[in-house]
Design a protein around this ligand. Structure first.
Ligand code: R5P
Length: 291
């Protein structure tokens, strides 16, 4: 068994290798002057069971192409089996044809990964679970829920006065599953997306008055969803607002928005490389042992 990493999340790859008690395999990625990438393994892969770890975080296209090249190079180096470990699967939000003349990019990415030669895929908390079905090769779809539940069970001491909040309809199943695990009630926000970076959160279903609200979402990207939800919860009488995410992507104005928002703490796992140390409000939870 050999574990290699692309450039997107070396810290998580090292943690996974450490948990397995093996060194991270040696490979090189370079960029040519013409912007093309070059990938090479620095050790033999012949007959090996190869795991390639790559989160599809920004710059997404670079990380995707690097992953495809690593899979392709492993196959043509006579690896026995190649598993693409994709802790964060970008494009998962493009999972259906919800407008005319668009690409279902989540399926296209699945096609590319399989065409490159992946025999198996390991991923975590896909935005839509049905993306799993875009693959013909076996997919292990892990959940960060146990890690998040354990953390908040301790962090919110007893949880007697807490409520789990889904910040939009898409998160209801996720929130209800976490709420069941923690034996907490649930509330739900009616969100409307105005643009890529702006959302508006209108109504709230459920009681948050005088309670600690724990917002649960698959990812925080620009933090528009999170901040709108936090403000609405405070308007409805929530005493304190916490938030839990599997994927802390934190793009554009995210950190600044979180800093200004009425939020005590945001916890996200390390599926995405940690670029948010600048904020005291942001905590990182490890999924290395789970992988
Ligand atoms: C959307 O449906 C997802 O579940 C997240 O709510 C969304 O990706 C968060 O994006 P942002 O942080 O940019 O509002």
């Amino acid at each position: 068994l050999m574990v290699f990493s692309g450039q997107s999340n070396l810290a998580l790859a090292r943690e996974i290798a450490d948990n397995l008690g093996i060194p991270l395999g040696k490979s090189t990625t370079q960029r040519f002057a013409n912007d093309c990438l070059f990938v090479r393994y620095e050790q033999s892969l012949r007959e090996g069971d190869i795991f390639i770890i790559q989160s599809l975080t920004p710059p997404v296209q670079d990380h995707l192409v690097e992953l495809l090249m690593m899979i392709d190079a492993a196959k043509s180096s006579s690896a026995a089996r190649v598993t693409a470990v994709i802790p964060y699967y970008a494009y998962a939000r493009s999972d259906k044809k919800d407008a005319p003349r668009i690409s279902i990019a989540a399926r296209l990415v699945a096609d590319l990964i399989q065409t490159a030669g992946a025999d198996r895929v390991l991923t975590m908390t896909l935005h839509s679970a049905q993306v799993h079905g875009f693959f013909k090769v076996p997919v292990d779809h892990l959940s960060a829920e146990p890690v998040i539940a354990n953390y908040f069970a301790t962090r919110l001491e007893g949880l007697e006065n807490a409520v789990v909040v889904a910040p939009d309809a898409g998160d209801l199943k996720r929130a209800s599953s976490l709420a069941r695990r923690l034996a907490l009630p649930i509330a739900f926000i009616d969100k409307q997306r105005l643009s890529d970076t702006e959302v508006t959160s209108r109504g709230l279903v459920g009681d948050v008055q005088g309670k600690t609200a724990l917002i649960v979402d698959d990812e925080v990207s620009t933090a528009g969803t999170l901040v709108q939800a936090a403000e609405l919860l405070v308007q409805h009488g929530a005493e304190a607002v916490y938030a839990a995410f599997t994927h802390g992507v934190y793009v554009g104005p995210a950190i600044e928005r979180i800093e200004r928002a009425p939020i005590v703490e945001v916890a996200a796992t390390n599926t995405c490389a940690y670029r948010a140390q600048v904020s005291q409000k942001i905590k990182q939870l490890s999924v290395g042992p789970l992988f």
